[in-house]
Design a binder for this molecule. Structure first.
Ligand SMILES: NC(=O)C1=CN([C@@H]2O[C@H](COP(=O)(O)OP(=O)(O)OC[C@H]3O[C@@H](n4cnc5c(N)ncnc54)[C@H](O)[C@@H]3O)[C@@H](O)[C@H]2O)C=CC1
Ligand SMILES: O=C(O)[C@H]1O[C@H](OP(=O)(O)OP(=O)(O)OC[C@H]2O[C@@H](n3ccc(=O)[nH]c3=O)[C@H](O)[C@@H]2O)[C@H](O)[C@@H](O)[C@@H]1O
Length: 485
């Protein structure tokens, strides 16, 4: 099928590239000419594992093109994806002006051929009908000579198809979704979307063909829009829940990693998104939870649980500061080294990253901040972020450790598990590791000469220099057969 994806951020680019890999003929449109030129040269503007390779192979096969020309994209696509950003306004409300501009642009360029317009962006509940109205308004003011306006008005339908990919594993997630959600009232539009996703649903192009088909959930427009917000709000609340449990663990003498393992094996709870740490961030959880709270408020409902999840997260994002103060007392004049800056590993995305809150507060309290991130390297695009202006960016972990009073693991990049911590300890002023993601092997860190502290360990646990040491993980063993009977 012919597809047009408008907006080539994380979602738009990954969607376009994956649809082209499935065999569709895809044009990606973006109004950022610099970005388009980069993509036309076969380079992805974002760091996302596996994306460059797929992008280049689909371009070589002639199934993937990039342009700034919206008209060309609209004329080409049987399916038109709107995948532009919906960032938060200061009120928490979602800023839908980019969606509005694209919808207007689509309406101005419709040709009379049948098109399905797909809201892929995360948009407030009710946006499906709103987009439809904007397109109709644009048709009404279209200067058309070849097709009458009634024909144009009948020539499109709007579907909601929310996206659930995670940054850092976006390509994998797109090819292996837990479900596909399609919201809309037109059978023709839903059938078109099912045809588009047929190779994915039946896993026809992957080695996983033996797995069952991917479930497709067909709903009305508003429910599909709500599914997206409810999914993100639930996941964010789940993390806030385990973080709250971690904070209680800290006080009562339990180990949150063992607790997470113990509750996660209950299939009603599940073991995912139970990693306690210094809080959730990124481009979506904070903005989508805020937007859902805002929507609820518009309807006179306070959404107390969601507000509490946000509040717990705000506290959690500064927990590292509290713990550093416990250990170092006065932070003024101390040097703190951050391991990781991005909001999660395998991305170069700094949007609403917990590291930024920590940097702001450390600087405010007079500490010197150094940081090492495998992707946010000096000179890189991400490093230009003005919120890093007061951070001394190191090019190696050793350079980071030099002269530090403490290291804080902020992002759980896998390579941080195997750094030469003994060598790093040797060049530090004080040897403290605060593991903000419970990602390191505490015994190894202690052996390397550090005092170790995680998130969710009790003050009553065995301590090294008065700081808690994480015990071994809980073991899970099957009962002997005779005991089962
Ligand atoms: N980033 C993520 O992992 C996920 C994001 N989402 C949702 O998907 C949507 C897009 O998010 P991201 O990809 O992160 O956004 P982004 O901000 O990274 O990218 C948006 C792109 O749209 C382009 N754009 C803006 N206005 C345009 C216009 N009028 N015409 C053409 N292009 C235009 C921008 O130049 C930019 O390249 C948001 O609603 C977000 O909530 C949903 C799931 C995952
Ligand atoms: O709407 C979106 O944009 C996306 O938001 C999240 O994906 P993403 O933000 O890429 O990353 P996650 O893996 O969900 O992590 C979000 C934050 O939660 C934190 N987190 C995650 C899991 C966990 O157990 N503990 C925890 O603190 C991460 O460190 C990160 O800061 C959702 O997981 C995706 O399904 C959704 O499509």
């Amino acid at each position: 099928m012919n597809v047009c994806v408008i907006g080539t951020g994380y979602v738009g680019l990954v969607t376009g590239v994956c649809l082209a890999h499935m065999g569709h003929d895809v044009i990606c449109v973006d109004n950022n000419a610099t970005k388009v030129a980069l993509m036309q040269s076969g380079k992805s503007p974002i760091y996302e594992p596996g994306l460059d390779e797929l992008m280049q192979s689909s371009m070589a096969a002639g199934r993937l093109r990039f342009t700034t020309d919206l008209k060309a994209g609209v004329e080409h696509g049987d399916v038109l994806f709107i995948a532009v950003g919906t960032p938060p306004l200061p009120t928490g409300e979602s800023d839908t002006r980019y969606v509005e501009a694209v919808a207007r642009g689509i309406g101005a360029h419709l040709t009379g051929d049948y098109k399905v317009i797909v809201n892929k962006s995360t948009v407030p509940i009710g946006s499906g009908n709103w987009v439809r109205q904007i397109v109709l308004d644009a048709i009404a003011s279209q200067d058309t000579t070849h097709v009458d306006r009634d024909t144009l008005a009948q020539s499109f339908e709007v579907v909601s198809n929310p996206e659930f990919l995670r940054e850092g594993s976006a390509v994998y997630d797109t090819f292996n979704p837990d479900r596909i959600v399609l919201g809309g009232s037109s059978q023709r539009a839903i059938a078109t979307m099912q045809r588009l996703y047929a190779p994915l649903i039946r896993r026809q192009f992957s080695e996983k063909q033996s797995l069952p088909a991917i479930p497709v959930v067909v709903t009305d427009l508003a429910s599909a829009e709500m599914i997206k917000y409810a999914a993100n709000a639930f996941l964010a609340t789940k993390i806030s829940f385990i973080n709250e449990v971690a904070n209680i663990c800290d006080r009562v003498g339990a180990d949150v990693t063992q607790v997470a393992q113990g509750i996660g094996l209950d299939s009603r709870i599940g073991d995912k998104f139970l990693q306690a740490g210094i809080g959730w961030g990124g481009s979506c959880f904070p903005k989508d939870v805020a937007a859902l709270i805002h929507t609820a408020r518009d309807y006179g409902y306070e959404a107390p649980l969601l507000n509490a999840a946000v509040q717990t997260n705000q506290h959690q994002r500064l927990l590292a500061l509290e713990k550093l103060q416990q250990m170092l007392k006065i932070l003024k004049g101390k040097t703190i080294g951050l391991l990781g800056l991005t909001f999660k590993p395998n991305t170069d995305d700094l949007r609403d990253a917990p590291a930024l809150d920590l940097i702001r507060e450390l600087v405010r309290l007079g500490a010197k901040v150094k940081a090492y991130d495998p992707i946010v390297q000096p000179g890189s695009h991400a490093a230009q972020d003005e919120r890093l202006a007061q951070v001394d960016l190191a090019t190696t972990p050793m350079q980071l450790a030099q002269g530090c009073d403490a290291l804080v693991l902020v992002t759980d990049w896998v390579q941080f598990q195997t750094l030469d911590y003994a060598a790093m300890a040797a060049v530090m002023r004080q040897r403290i590791v605060l593991d903000g993601r419970n990602a390191l092997a505490p015994e190894a860190i202690v052996q390397a000469g550090f005092a170790y502290m995680g998130i969710g360990y009790s003050v009553d646990r065995p301590t090294v220099w008065g700081i808690n040491v994480q015990p071994a993980k809980a073991t899970v063993a099957a009962l002997p057969a005779e005991q089962v009977a």
